[in-house]
Ligand binder design. Structure first.
Ligand SMILES: Nc1nc2c(c(=O)[nH]1)N[C@H]1C(S)=C(S)[C@@H](COP(=O)(O)OP(=O)(O)OC[C@H]3O[C@@H](n4cnc5c(=O)[nH]c(N)nc54)[C@H](O)[C@@H]3O)O[C@H]1N2
Ligand SMILES: Nc1nc2c(c(=O)[nH]1)N[C@H]1C(S)=C(S)[C@@H](COP(=O)(O)OP(=O)(O)OC[C@H]3O[C@@H](n4cnc5c(=O)[nH]c(N)nc54)[C@H](O)[C@@H]3O)O[C@H]1N2
Ligand SMILES: [Mo]
Length: 764
């Protein structure tokens, strides 16, 4: 590229192609053996050296320490393991606690266009951001800027907008409760409810489905319930990679005699066999068999399979009639609709024979209690909310809600995604919350619902949103329709990323763009009143404190709270009666304010000091805040996605070496893939039928309502996956996801139901 072409406008939103095919190895026999510990140590030592490693390993998820920055899995409340974290937590921790600096010299060396030609792995590996940086209009390189000027530049752009609704304030689920609370307060004082978040792409469908049927959008179980239950269904979830500590609980349940049913198009290794990495002598012990029954469902065949299970229970009259009579509504209509659904429809749509569904049904009948766990395999489809409605139907049939050792476990992603929502990060918070917020801070919050993630993408692309601030995250690579998002972002007058690491979002910059470096979970957060604690809420609604213990890498890095407050103060000036400085000086004050606004958070500070507390979930106590006051049975349709000959249904999934768009490494060892990410898993007979061969280099085209989208140069991998179903990795495949292809009600992008075709790539 000629130097004069190196403007920030030429950044390519897609990661670069891969030169070599990936290496392939046989799948391991079980998950998380000793290799996991060795891997964790290796990563930690490389990134932070022995002293910081020792300090960090001893503090993570311990009572006096910090919350693991990886997933939202729960810590045991009683006795803890010596090291209460997993290999992937170790990678996330090392990422935060690294000693590698990404400083202004780095940004002077590379233009934005040059950086965009690097891989995501390379961008992330460059280290922690250490200085506020700005990309000025017409410039090709980010330059450092002092904090007050950074805040002033943002304020100038925000205040120049014709309306507050021309700005969008995005939150990624790592942000602390305190930062999230201030962020939504700022957005609402500025005058908009445009608060898209990562949850819109994640468990929004779960929240919507659970709220409608059980009256509360959260899980109804504790960790103990999971470990003590008789039966567990793990559906649409890959805990071995994404929630490894959950395997410990599955193992505990298993050893007590619980039965486990896995429902997944892929035979994920960890759902089959597991060894606890920290158990003494585990190397000499046989691995624990996890799934008693593995149903290799077709992609999006879950509504069908869940209906099949319900139908079997009804046929066997194995339902809890007392519970149904006392606590539910809509049962008769549900039964009538299910009777009208034929086994033929069920087996065709699910790809599972009736006898296997009945085997699963028999397991359910023999056990007294059931927990259903799920994640993205259910939530990222056009009928995702139906998936949730159907799994609730199944729970209700057996009376498995609001009793010990039973219930719904919606396994969240980001470590504080649930807390951020509790703190008001939502484009449509209810009036009760907004009234309380307004009276506490003496202003009138806007009432009109704001934009969620997909609506923000569309508004940016057609010029209605002109300024974007991201509290963490990667709005470019995590979102669907990558090229449309890039177009929208680069059209913006202002894009701002508050983050710890460089990513591709920072490179698809608006006319003016800023990167604001924040503290991570492992860093000591010092403010006027001393070292501060932040709080988080995990997947089972446990709220607890987290305190960093490492000296921040750069004295210039500020806490998320301080950055949000700085932007708010500079932007709102005398328009705001809020003491932003005072709130930053002492986070207890933020929590005190929140305790008067968020239901169930009374005495927030005292209860955090005492160790933590459960945020209220009424459905846990069989209080159903639904329209009828009862738990609601739902009626859904089986909606199969029609495929023409040569078309496939694609799901986009995570490797073992990434956290969302953060790529730690290039291996996916539980699926036998090494040194590469641009792969497509396909059934060997489908490969042959396409006239292709294992390892062939292909281009992929997606088809949505007559429009095609393309990505280039992926390698075919012959794999045990249902016919006409394929899988590729997120985020490489995201350009294929049409922004319009999203779930009813929740608007979650259907990134696990993409209709695609393949052609041999030109340059194999
Ligand atoms: N190490 C690590 N941990 C993470 C993350 C990470 O990237 N890396 N991400 C975090 C986040 S934000 C989230 S939301 C979670 C995600 O956790 P998961 O939901 O486990 O993540 P995915 O890789 O999207 O895997 C989805 C699983 O669902 C299956 N699946 C796909 N489509 C279907 C379907 O139609 N039906 C059924 N039954 N199964 C299906 C896939 O085969 C795969 O096993 O993990 C969190 N934890
Ligand atoms: N095709 C497809 N797309 C998907 C998915 C899928 O399965 N398939 N999954 C979806 C899901 S479940 C989710 S949750 C979204 C994720 O969407 P996001 O949350 O937006 O993306 P992440 O990749 O988690 O964000 C990573 C960035 O966050 C910043 N960061 C890391 N730690 C911190 C911190 O402590 N503070 C701050 N302020 N910043 C930090 C770093 O700069 C890092 O580069 O992606 C969604 N997109
Ligand atoms: Mo997520």
């Amino acid at each position: 590229m000629a130097p004069e072409d190196r403007t920030n406008r030429h950044a390519d939103p897609e990661p670069p192609l891969e030169r070599n095919p990936p290496d392939r190895k046989a799948l391991p026999a079980y998950a998380t053996g000793l290799t996991a510990v060795a891997k964790s140590l290796e990563v930690s030592l490389r990134e932070m050296g022995p002293v910081r490693t020792a300090e960090t390993w001893s503090k993570i998820n311990q009572k006096s320490g910090f919350d693991c920055p990886s997933c939202a899995w729960a810590d045991p409340l009683g006795k803890r393991e010596t090291f209460e974290f997993c290999e992937n937590g170790a990678k996330a921790m090392a990422d935060d606690a690294t000693t590698k600096e990404l400083n202004p010299e780095f940004f002077a060396r590379y233009s934005v266009a040059e950086l965009s030609q690097q891989t995501d792995h390379w961008l992330n590996a460059q280290g922690r951001l250490t200085h506020p940086m700005i990309l000025r209009e017409g410039k090709t390189h980010y330059e450092s800027i002092a904090w007050p000027e950074a805040f002033a530049a943002i304020a100038r752009e925000l205040n120049a907008l014709a309306s507050p609704d021309e700005a969008a304030f995005y939150t990624s689920g790592k942000a602390s409760n305190e930062a999230a609370f201030l962020f939504q307060l700022f957005a609402r004082q500025f005058g908009t409810n445009n608060l898209p978040d990562c949850s819109n792409m994640c468990h929004e469908s779960s929240g919507a489905g659970l709220k409608e049927t059980l009256g509360a959008g959260k899980s109804t179980v504790t960790l103990e319930d999971l470990e003590q239950t008789d039966c567990i269904i793990v559906i649409g979830q890959n805990p071995g990679t994404n929630h490894p500590r959950m395997l410990t609980s599955l193992q505990i349940a298993k050893r007590r005699g619980a039965k486990i049913i896995a429902i997944n198009p892929l035979k994920e290794v960890a759902l089959q066999h597991f060894k606890h990495p920290q158990e003494p002598l585990s190397v000499f012990k046989p691995a624990t068999t996890i799934a008693d029954l593995y149903l290799q469902v077709r992609i999006n065949g879950d509504v069908a399979i869940l209906k099949g299970l319900g139908k079997f229970l009804l046929e066997q009259n194995a339902v809890d009639h007392d519970f149904i009579r006392d606590y539910t509504a809509g049962f008769d209509e549900f039964v009538a609709a299910l009777q009208a659904t034929t086994w033929d429809e069920i087996t065709t749509a699910s790809g599972i024979a009736r006898s296997y569904i009945e085997d699963a049904g028999r397991i359910l009948i023999q056990q007294r209690t059931l927990v259903i766990c799920w994640a993205m395999g259910l939530t990222q489809h056009r009928n995702a909310v139906d998936n949730i409605r159907e799994l609730v139907n199944l729970l209700l049939l057996g009376g498995n809600v609001g009793k010990p050792n039973a219930g719904a476990l919606c396994v969240r992603g980001h470590s504080n995604v649930q807390g951020d929502r509790t703190m008001g990060i939502w484009e449509k918070m209810d009036d009760e919350f907004l009234d309380a917020l307004g009276s506490e801070f003496r202003f009138s919050p806007p009432r009109e619902h704001g934009l969620d993630t997909v609506a923000t993408i569309e508004a940016m692309a057609d010029g209605r949103v002109k300024a974007f601030i991201g509290l963490g995250g990667n709005f470019l690579s995590a979102t669907p329709d990558t090229h449309l998002v890039a177009q929208g972002l680069t059209q913006c007058r202002l894009t701002v990323g508050i983050g710890t690491r460089l990513n591709r979002f920072h490179l698809t910059a608006g006319k003016t763009a800023l990167i604001l470096p924040c503290l991570g979970r492992t860093d000591i957060d010092r403010q006027a009143f001393g070292i501060q604690t932040i709080t988080v809420e995990n997947t089972i609604s446990w709220v607890s404190g987290s305190k960093g213990h490492l000296e921040p890498l750069s004295p210039l890095n500020r806490s998320e709270v301080a950055i949000v407050a700085g932007i708010a103060e500079a932007t709102l000036g005398t328009r705001s009666g809020t003491d932003w400085h005072g709130l930053t000086d002492n986070y207890d004050r933020i929590r005190d304010a929140a305790s008067r606004i968020v239901p169930g958070f009374e005495n927030f500070n005292q209860r955090i000091r005492a160790g933590g507390f459960f945020a209220p979930v009424p459905s846990k106590e069989r209080i159903f805040k639904t329209a009828t006051g009862k738990a609601q049975f739902s009626i859904t349709q089986i909606r199969t996605i029609p495929l023409d000959p040569g078309q496939f249904l694609m799901m986009t999934i995570r490797t073992h070496d990434q956290f969302n768009t953060v790529i730690y490494g290039l291996d996916d060892r539980y699926r036998g893939i090494y040194n590469g990410r641009r792969v497509v898993f396909m059934h060997p007979q489908d490969i042959a039928q396409q006239g292709l061969e294992d390892g062939a280099l292909v281009d992929i085209t997606s088809h949505y309502e007559g429009r095609e989208r393309h990505v280039k140069q992926f390698r075919l991998v012959a794999y045990d996956i249902p016919r006409t179903c394929v899988a590729a990795y997120f985020p490489e495949a995201n350009p294929l996801v049409a922004v319009e292809s999203r779930a009813d009600i929740s608007q979650t992008p259907a990134s696990k139901s993409i209709v695609v075709t393949f052609t041999r790539a030109a340059h194999s």
